[in-house]
Design a protein around this ligand. Structure first.
Ligand code: GAR
Length: 205
């Protein structure tokens, strides 16, 4: 089983995944970042599929072209489980069709609360007294997809975005490797991928 970790930033979740001895075959990034250094340091192949070559962060970003290049990079390395760990590019739907039910993500809130890129800031702004983190199956809809594991983190009165995010990340670094190992074990036992988002709840049912 080929497992890839996608990174864009500091890569502390990748570090934790490697420390937990999850067999990672490749780490891929969308920009130069510490995550690539972490991978190389641990002898894991580190691949940069640089979005700068596809329009970067401009309105002309070629999302489909970028997604195809990333799919090629992963498929050519035999990847069949993709773990997004702070990956900062929204991929085209073709990615999720290709790795259907085999893309995981960790998100710094208790989904479905506070989707999006500013989950920690949004939880603070909403006056939440608890937040947390969620590992879920990623689908083409941002921060949707079946939830696998979650853990609560309290919000302290003196928290700012950085302090709260760091406490959430400390939990993610435990929860995400654990969840990846569970999913790998399920796949090894022949389990079918879990692909569908939860159906909308209907009142009275
Ligand atoms: C993590 O908190 C992860 O949940 C978040 O980026 C951080 C990555 O930290 N991802 C998102 O917000 C995606 N919506 P790391 O680079 O130190 O592993």
């Amino acid at each position: 089983m080929g497992t890839a970790v996608l990174v864009s930033g500091t890569g502390t979740n990748l570090e934790a995944i490697l420390e937990a001895e999850v067999p990672v075959s490749v780490a891929a990034a969308d920009r130069p970042c510490r995550g690539l250094v972490v991978a190389a340091r641990d002898g894991v192949e580190a691949v940069l599929v640089d979005r700068a070559e596809y329009g970067g962060f401009s309105a002309a970003f070629d999302r489909e072209g970028y997604t195809d290049a990333l799919v090629d990079a992963l498929e050519s390395r035999g990847v069949d489980l993709v773990c997004m760990a702070g990956f900062g590019t929204i991929l085209a739907g073709s990615f999720f069709a290709k790795f259907d039910g085999r893309v995981l993500n960790t998100h710094p809130s208790l989904l479905p609360a506070f989707r999006g890129w500013h989950a920690v800031r949004d939880a603070l702004a909403a006056g939440a007294t608890v937040t947390g983190c969620t590992v879920h199956v990623a689908t083409a809809e941002l921060d949707e997809g079946p939830i696998l594991t979650q853990e609560v983190v309290e919000v302290r009165p003196d928290d700012d975005e950085a302090s709260l995010h760091e406490r959430i990340k400390a939990v993610e670094r435990r929860l995400y490797p654990f969840t990846i190992l569970l999913v790998r074990a399920a796949i090894a036992r022949g389990a079918e991928p879990v692909t569908l988002a939860r159906p909308p709840t209907e009142p009275g049912r």
